[in-house]
Write a protein that binds this ligand. Structure first.
Ligand SMILES: *[C@@H]1O[C@H](CO)[C@@H](O)[C@H](O)[C@H]1NC(C)=O
Ligand SMILES: *[C@@H]1O[C@H](CO)[C@@H](O)[C@H](O)[C@H]1NC(C)=O
Length: 184
């Protein structure tokens, strides 16, 4: 009896497995889409609690990993990496400007910015991230505060080619500090 039933189901098996496959597939897509949506609303909700929600959002959203972040901790970590990634881009620009300087005054201001960026991003990467990973958020926060101070110093050196990036970076660092503060 049981064997008979199994046999009679046999021609249907390919179809059954396709149905199962499709259900699994669409569930996966559904889960991915849900995660993405959650990540987006997490960014929005978290950035709203900072002084610079727009810079906070646009910077975090520039990294595709952010939309998969499941909590504030995950988002903060991506934020800290972004300080390094974005800062390194500016460092390259500053380096080119230094090489292309005519006269000591311009050279020294550009070199000051280059050194501010270089010091800040290396501190964030080599000290801030390890503190963060060890959940020593107050220490990581202090590293971000130091970086913000260094980079806003570049803002006082009057290097117009870096002004926009420097404003963005100091605002993002301010926002990221506020986000990190939610963790302690
Ligand atoms: C180098 O500086 C000159 C003027 O001082 C400018 O015209 C040129 O675009 C600069 N080049 C780069 C790569 O910044
Ligand atoms: C940045 O600093 C490191 C040391 O911390 C140094 O080796 C490197 O040459 C610096 N890079 C620039 C572009 O100043």
């Amino acid at each position: 009896m049981g064997i008979k039933k199994a046999v009679s189901l046999y021609p249907l098996l390919p179809m059954i497995s396709i149905v199962i496959f499709c259900v699994l597939l669409s569930t996966q897509h559904c889960a991915a889409a849900t995660a993405k949506k959650n990540g987006e609303s997490l960014i929005k909700k978290t950035c709203k609690q900072t002084e610079f929600p727009d810079v906070c959002r646009s910077t975090l959203e520039s990294d595709p990993r952010s939309s998969n972040a499941v909590d504030v901790r995950g988002l903060s970590r991506i934020g800290m990496e972004l300080v390094f990634i974005k800062g390194r881009e500016t460092l390259k620009v500053a380096y080119k400007l230094v090489l292309n300087s005519t006269g000591y005054d311009i050279w020294s201001r550009r070199a000051g910015c280059m050194s501010s960026y270089n010091m800040s991003i290396h501190n964030v990467k080599e000290k801030g991230l390890p503190y963060f990973n060890a959940r020593r958020y107050k220490y990581a926060y202090q590293i971000l505060e130091n970086a913000r101070g260094e980079i806003s110093y570049c803002g006082t050196l009057n290097v117009p080619e870096l002004a926009e990036r420097t404003t963005m970076m100091t605002q993002f660092l301010t926002a990221l500090k506020a986000i990190l503060h939610l963790l302690f």
